[in-house]
Design a protein around this ligand. Structure first.
Ligand SMILES: [Fe+2]
Length: 288
């Protein structure tokens, strides 16, 4: 019998996240055990498995259990020979960054700017600093439920226009400009601001401080103050779990019900190296 048949869970925060005990991702995981993991993942948005020594191959194989994997629009930052693994790092080799650096310090859900935003990500920590570099998560299930009723009803009727190239020009001046192909691959896209989680049926707020240019039918100038108000509400401590990384951590998050951001660390003297796989998702929808 596989060693992975007796999983236990403990809460990371009362409102989101669970640590999984008794799981070795390098070992086989049965269909029944994976179904338990999957259910917990969908319900609490975030699973943590500590002390995992993953190879790129085992990282990819485990991630594939959740669905098909994406290749990131920034192919320069994918691992050689493993385009499914997106490297997030401040480390330079031969004068060149080996991964996406300066990580997103603003809340977002990964790839929310494409037609079918990713279902989730599997993040593996290979190196991190003792201080700083945490990842903060927000439960968008909780945000949805806690919004003032009038604002929740308003949001439920809205769609927002996500625009990756617009945001890249506005916020990512430290990164190389997008190529014409990258721009062509990421046209503006509208998504509902409240979405139904396809596996639990629970509603989650779906907005982001970055990538949203405007709400449909409203100008950028009219939209941004409301977006600011929503983001201020969502990102307070009531709905936030801050994860302090240890090497060997694997964190699996559900982009359909959460946002996350990187916290700062000493990027000059510290070393941080993370591998991320990204699982393909469906187009967001809202059940009536
Ligand atoms: Fe991200």
């Amino acid at each position: 019998m596989s060693s992975n048949e007796h999983l236990k869970f403990s809460d990371l925060a009362p409102f989101m996240g669970a640590e999984v005990h008794g799981l070795d991702i390098n070992q086989p995981v049965s269909v029944d055990t994976f179904a338990i993991l999957r259910r917990k993942f969908s319900e609490c948005s975030l699973l943590l498995v500590r002390n995992q020594n993953l190879t790129p191959t085992s990282h990819i194989a485990f991630s594939c259990r959740f669905g098909e994997l994406e290749a990131h629009v920034l192919q320069d930052f994918c691992l050689d020979g493993h385009p499914e693994i997106f490297v997030v790092s401040n480390i330079k080799e031969n004068g060149k960054h080996i991964g996406a650096y300066g990580g997103s310090k603003e809340y977002h859900s990964d790839l929310a700017y494409i037609e079918q935003p990713s279902l989730g990500s599997v993040f593996h920590c290979l190196e991190c600093t003792e201080e700083g570099g945490e990842t903060a998560f927000v439960s968008m299930f909780e945000v949805h439920d806690a919004l003032p009723e009038e604002r929740r009803e308003w949001l439920t009727r809205q769609k927002a226009v996500f625009d990756y190239p617009w945001n890249h020009v506005k916020r990512n001046a430290h990164r190389p400009p997008l190529t014409e192909k990258q721009i062509a691959d990421t046209p503006p896209i509208s998504h509902p601001c409240v979405r139904t989680h396809p596996e639990t049926g629970r509603r989650a707020a779906f907005f982001s401080p970055i990538w949203i240019r405007n709400f449909e039918g409203m100008s950028e100038e009219e939209s941004q103050p409301i977006l600011d108000e929503l983001c201020e509400f969502a990102t307070g401590p009531a709905f936030t779990y801050v994860h302090s990384w240890r090497p060997g951590d694997v964190l699996i998050w559900d982009n359909r019900s959460s946002m996350h951001k990187a916290m700062p660390f000493d990027e000059v003297n510290g070393r941080r190296l993370m591998h991320r796989t990204t699982i393909c998702g469906d187009r967001p929808y809202l059940d009536s």
